[in-house]
Design a binder for this molecule. Structure first.
Ligand code: PRT
Ligand code: ZN
Length: 296
């Protein structure tokens, strides 16, 4: 039973989370790719990648079947409210910044329900009944909840419900179905979640190694590498304009004694405004480069 010692990473087989998860893992150097038929991939690095429906991922983690996994915060909330005992075994490691959406209440275009209280006694269709019930309870509202497992946007049209509570990203689906978003319940994005028990087993070093890589990739996304030339007496001014992770590297320029090259890693987005400020103090040859991988 050699494979039991492997780290088990579970992810969505296909859908809105799959692409982002695969891209992240590939950047981390793991040989995973989209293959709808292969449901288990044993990687030489000691990691088994399992591909499944997103709905099964929280349960696989909570019940010690898998060690790490990716799914949406929306599902985490619903699972935590539905399976209170098992959910204790889930630990959110970090948000991943993709598959962003929001869970919102939407109404037919002809109606507006601007406050939570105006939902009173309405019928609301959703795939997230526990999250919606929790929201209604918090707002002291009584409404009937109809659970649907898909095509929720259809409910008002066919007379099943007055309103819907569903995930929205671009808003196109709502529009195409004659609905308007009237109230946001929660924001969501993909999160990396661990099985808490696994963090304390012999697998923890494999987990730590993987987290180090994922952190490195996510960190590099925000950081930029900046190079520029400037007069020596303007080094302090550059430091003030450019936030840097550590002290910048200062290099002599051959044949130009009064100038230096500055190389620095900025943890923040570099805007045109920043570049204009650098120009104002006489900086030249300014280059802003993305960083592919970084280990601080
Ligand atoms: O087969 P499986 O069960 O794995 O997939 P699924 O059909 O349950 O899920 P999938 O792939 O649609 O979504 C997986 C996860 O992606 C969700 O749980 C969210 O965390 C996240 N996500 C991000 C979204 C959306 N954006 C999204 N827009 N999930 C669903 N939608 C749907 C929404 O339900 C609505 O029908 O897209 C439609 C609205 O999109 P817009 O762009 O028109 O607003
Ligand atoms: Zn699903």
């Amino acid at each position: 039973m050699q494979h039991l010692k492997n780290l088990r990473f579970v992810m969505q087989k296909s859908g809105r989370l799959a692409e982002g998860t695969i891209a992240l893992l590939q950047k981390c150097g793991y040989g995973v790719k989209i293959n709808k038929r292969q449901l288990l991939l044993q990687e030489k690095s000691g990691i088994d990648f399992l591909f499944t429906r997103d709905d099964d991922i929280p349960g696989f983690l909570a019940k010690n079947i898998c060690d790490l996994g990716v799914f949406g915060e929306n599902l985490l909330t619903e699972y935590s409210l539905t399976h209170k005992d098992d959910a204790h075994n889930l630990q959110v490691i970090m948000p991943l910044g993709f598959s962003k959406c929001r869970l919102s209440i939407a109404a037919p275009e002809t109606h507006t329900y601007p406050t939570a209280q105006t939902l009173q006694n309405k019928i609301i269709a959703t795939s997230y009944p526990q999250t919606l019930a929790h929201f209604l309870k918090q707002n002291n509202v009584t409404a009937e909840i109809v659970t649907m497992h898909g095509s929720v946007e259809l409910a008002p049209k066919i007379g099943i419900a007055d309103l819907i509570c569903d995930l929205v990203s671009s808003g196109v689906t709502l529009k195409e179905n004659g609905l308007v978003e009237v109230m946001k319940i929660a924001d969501s994005q993909a999160v990396l979640v661990a099985n808490k028990t696994a963090l304390h087993t012999e697998k923890h070093s494999l987990i730590e190694n993987m987290l180090l890589r994922i952190n490195g990739v996510l960190d590099a996304k925000q950081n930029k590498y900046i190079m520029l030339h400037v007069q020596k007496d303007k080094i302090e001014a550059v430091k003030k304009i450019l936030p840097s992770r550590e002290a910048p590297t200062i290099l002599e320029l051959q044949g130009i004694p009064n100038k230096v090259a500055i190389h620095t890693v900025s943890p923040e987005e570099i805007f045109w405004e920043t570049i204009e400020k650098l120009k104002e103090i006489g900086a030249s040859s300014i280059l802003v480069l993305p960083i592919e991988k970084m280990m601080a």
